[in-house]
Design a binder for this molecule. Structure first.
Ligand code: ME8
Length: 519
């Protein structure tokens, strides 16, 4: 058995983005969070498969392409490339970037359709209703309203709807109400956070109508097996991406057996119904296992205001990374907003986190302790003397961070994991100031060595644990702490303390303060 065979598999996905526009900071937020989770699990010894990608079919794509006078495929190619570039710009460690125009995805989408059909859940009928192109969704009359401008809108999403009639295949969603409620009952963590899960549950309790799952008015989609006049409703095809990525329809393939069902689908609050209602119903119908958890994050707003092209307040992820540095952006997004809730961002908020949490609390502590070691301990990890209760308490608090972080990451509480870590850093700063090793240098060298050792040991543990959030800066910090070996950077190394005498490279500042550019 190779070591990867013995590892526990962990399959995590982002939503696949609509490439009908450019990536924005909301996309980056979701992908960075998912990436942090994937990295955390890898460092904790799991065999991780992390998938992201683009959702390229549907009327919205067709219409955006028409406006530009290009084909939907051309638009998809261009903008999918922009999303792929975003992954590089945000440093995500995905294993596959899936495009729903990939050949294997057509096969998977048609295969799940056939399974649902074989199960008796698909029938042909006629559909009429209020259709929103933006949402790719039909609404009932009372879910819409005519506003002052004389235009009818979806009340929930504020998008324009038009009356549409077409022959359509339907999925017998109504037959799944009880089974879905039983699922929610038996798996209270199926979707999180609870408040958003409760919204889903009450929607299902309100009754489910059958779902129109094909379109005949345009052809930019996956053809319905046996009836090429129809293309699949984009959400049937889109959700199936999670299966395609691990080898479906070959349910006997190694990847499928290993990674399905997915451990976590990370998605935003606007698409919780698709993931927590339609998706499990499709899978039940296709006789496939259900994902273990749907993690629903909130929306990011620019200084509290919804991002929109017309307001000109949409942030391009790359601009932020160029301005603040990628790791600061990653840290800010995960530290600032409790995952699941909505959040606000602003220049001042990012700079505040950079300067206080990163430059002061972490950067300064590392720089001060490591410079003292360079000058006073021959540039090597000092030999500690007997430990005082203060030393032991601090080392214990740092050691406990692994378990605290595991529990927090398991419920996607990045904010909580970082808060706990920075609490230990705050305590270490207080300890450093109180112990004053620069005074001990003249009075008690052995005690100075101990204080410096304890500080470096806390920094080592913190550096290992923040790799998922700030991979580059954490790697630099581990290097200046003499921890270059890959094995020394895994979570399994947290319990192995620094070896006195280990030579350290000259310290370099890692977390710079943000300087406003000169006018
Ligand atoms: O919904 N803040 O694609 P999408 C945080 N193709 N997250 C945001 C956000 C914001 N301001 N705006 C969007 C789709 N998101 C479908 C998904 S999955 C089978 C198909 C999130 O490009 C949004 O909630 O509109 C979603 O999870 C992701 O970005 C992609 O949104």
């Amino acid at each position: 058995m190779t070591s990867s065979d013995s590892k526990t598999p962990f399959y995590i996905t982002t939503a696949i983005s609509y490439p009908n526009g450019e990536p924005h900071i909301g996309h980056a937020y979701e992908h960075i969070a998912t990436d942090a989770m994937a990295r955390f699990k890898r460092l904790d010894g799991y065999d991780v498969f992390f998938m992201t990608g683009t959702d390229e079919h549907g009327l919205k794509m067709q219409q955006s392409a028409d406006k530009e006078g290009i084909t939907a495929k051309e638009l998809a190619d261009r903008n999918s490339a922009a999303f792929l570039q975003m992954e590089a710009d945000m440093g995500t460690s995905y294993d596959r970037f899936i495009r729903t125009t990939d050949a294997d995805h057509y096969a998977a989408a048609q295969a799940i359709w056939k399974r649902m059909e074989e199960n008796g859940d698909i029938y042909l009928s006629k559909y009429s209703g209020w259709y929103s192109v933006r949402d790719e969704a039909y609404y009932t009359e009372d879910e819409t309203e005519v506003r002052e401008d004389g235009v009818r809108y979806s009340k929930e999403t504020d998008t324009e709807v038009t009356w549409t009639e077409e022959e359509s295949y339907f999925f017998r969603l109504s037959a799944y109400q009880d089974r879905l409620l039983a699922l929610y009952e038996s798996q209270p963590d199926f979707a999180a956070p609870r408040s958003r899960f409760n919204e889903v549950i009450s929607f299902v309790k309100g009754g489910l109508e059958d779902l129109s799952i094909s379109r005949t008015t345009f052809d930019w989609g996956v053809p319905v097996p046996g009836n090429p006049d129809h293309v699949m409703y984009v959400w049937v095809d889109a959700l199936t991406n999670y299966l395609t990525g691990v080898g479906f329809p070959d349910t006997e393939s190694e990847t499928f057996k290993k990674y399905w069902p997915a451990d976590v689908h990370v998605i935003g609050k606007d698409i919780s119904r698709f993931h927590a209602i339609f998706w499990p119903a499709f899978l039940m119908s296709a006789k496939l296992k259900l994902p273990k958890r749907i993690m629903i994050h909130g929306f990011l707003h620019n200084k509290g205001v919804k991002m929109s092209k017309s307001l000109g307040n949409v942030v391009a992820p790359k601009e932020w990374a160029d301005q603040y540095g990628l790791d600061s952006v990653r840290f800010f997004l995960l530290r600032e907003v409790p995952f699941g809730g909505d959040g606000s961002y602003s220049h001042d908020a990012v700079v505040g986190r950079m300067n206080s949490d990163l430059a002061n609390n972490l950067g300064n502590l590392a720089q001060r302790s490591l410079s003292m070691v360079a000058k006073n301990c021959g540039g090597a990890v000092p030999q500690p003397g007997a430990l005082t209760p203060e030393d032991t308490a601090l080392l214990e608090a740092a050691g406990n961070l692994l378990q605290i972080s595991r529990e927090a990451y398991d419920v996607q509480d990045f904010h909580g994991a970082l808060e706990a870590t920075w609490k230990v850093l705050g305590d270490t700063n207080a300890y450093f100031a109180e112990q004053a090793p620069w005074v001990l240098r003249k009075t008690d060298v052995e005690r100075m060595n101990t204080v410096l050792y304890v500080t470096l040991e806390v920094l080592r543990i913190v550096a290992i644990l923040i790799q998922p959030v700030m991979p580059d800066s954490a790697a630099k910090l581990l290097t200046v702490l003499g921890q270059d070996d890959d094995a020394a950077r895994q979570f399994s190394a947290i319990g192995t303390p620094l070896v006195p005498g280990t030579e350290l490279p000259a310290p370099t500042p890692i977390f710079p303060k943000y300087e406003e550019p000169a006018e």
